[in-house]
Design a binder for this molecule. Structure first.
Ligand code: NAP
Ligand code: GLV
Length: 306
């Protein structure tokens, strides 16, 4: 069995070594044009030339949860695309989102600013019931985030394409319930995949449905958000702030208004990192399962886009 690794900007060497150790019966190599045909590929944003050349591939394992960049390529419709299925990401995402929600709710940025000027300030405690959190996307990451937020007793709403039942979460589903979901939420967490249906879904019309003093946490993809609409809603005061981890252009370009906006906190696409050892173990396990003819989790539906 031949396995090939093809990454955009990441060093493939430790992945090749790790996969080789996990699958001693296989031959693992990193891709260069003209490489021999492989059965399975481990990829992140590979070039179209890789796909065209490796026409005999059975499986593409993506080393991230989001497959939007991969599905931009011309892929044979029968090629199995497999996303990373948690592999240590959901706990990181829960940490990031709980941090962002608590930081906003408890006004820690305000205290920080006061401390920097030597002020021992007092702020009236806020009522948790006034800060319902809406989690958009209740998949591998969104469901974990929704459960984690309940530990801190925030009211939690959830939104997905198909109906869901999650203990303690008020669930909404489908485009017809999006308005009700937004109106029931003050803090919005975006954890949907980027697809033609969800691109630009965070815009003037949707964000202005959030309760007054709303707060946006975007941890999915930059192209979900219409950036100028966010800035207008922050400047008008309808939204109180935003914590953004993902951007239409990454790295966020120098001079972009998000860098200096007083109501925006920027992080460099770091909310849930791919953990190499966990990911190698998961992918190697799936390759062995496929060899035994067993079903695996995380297969992407090309039509649905996630
Ligand atoms: P997932 O398991 O595929 O879950 C996606 C969720 O979104 C599902 O609940 C799905 O509904 C819902 N959804 C999809 N299209 C929808 C639509 N049109 N309307 C309403 N709901 C819709 O994905 P995941 O593993 O949780 O990851 C989510 C995204 O997070 C990834 O695609 C990636 O872009 C992003 N991400 C970011 C980072 C980071 O570091 N910033 C790290 C990892 C992932 P159904 O349940 O009904 O299918
Ligand atoms: C990261 O953004 C991922 O999709 O895993």
């Amino acid at each position: 069995m031949n396995i090939i690794v093809c990454f955009d900007r990441l060093d493939p060497a430790p992945w090749v070594q790790g996969l080789q150790a996990a699958l001693p019966g296989a031959h693992v190599a990193s891709w260069a044009p003209g490489a021999p045909p492989a059965d399975h590929a481990i990829v992140w944003a590979p070039p179209q030339a890789f796909i065209d050349e490796q026409a005999g591939l059975k499986t593409l394992f993506n080393i991230g949860a989001g497959v939007d960049a991969l599905l931009q390529l011309r892929l044979p419709p029968t090629l199995k695309v497999v996303r990373l299925d948690d592999a240590g990401m959901s706990v990181q995402m829960a940490e990031y989102v709980c941090h962002a929600v608590i930081r906003h709710f408890r006004e820690f940025d305000g205290y920080d600013a006061d401390v920097k000027t030597g002020r021992w300030s007092y702020r009236k405690p806020r009522n948790r019931a006034d800060f319902p959190v809406g989690v958009m996307g209740l998949g591998v990451l969104g469901e974990r985030v929704a459960r984690a937020l309940q530990v801190f007793e925030f009211p939690v709403n959830g939104y997905s394409r198909s109906p869901k039942q999650i203990d303690g979460v008020r669930c909404f589903a489908g485009a017809e319930q999006l308005g009700d979901f937004l109106q029931a939420s003050r803090i919005l967490v975006n954890l949907m995949p980027l697809t033609p249906e969800t691109e630009n879904i965070l815009n003037q019309a949707s964000l202005s449905k959030l309760q007054a003093g709303g707060y946006l946490i975007n941890v999915a993809r930059g192209r979900h958000l219409v950036e100028e609409d966010l800035i207008a809603l922050l400047d008008s005061g309808h939204l109180a702030g935003a914590m953004l981890d993902v951007f239409r252009t990454e790295p966020l370009p120098a001079g972009h208004p998000f860098w200096q906006h007083p109501k925006i906190t920027v992080t460099p696409h770091t909310s849930a990192r791919t953990l190499r050892d966990e990911s190698i173990a998961q992918i190697a396990g799936k390759i062995l399962a496929l060899q035994r003819g067993e079903p695996i989790r995380g297969e992407v539906d090309h039509q649905r886009g996630y």
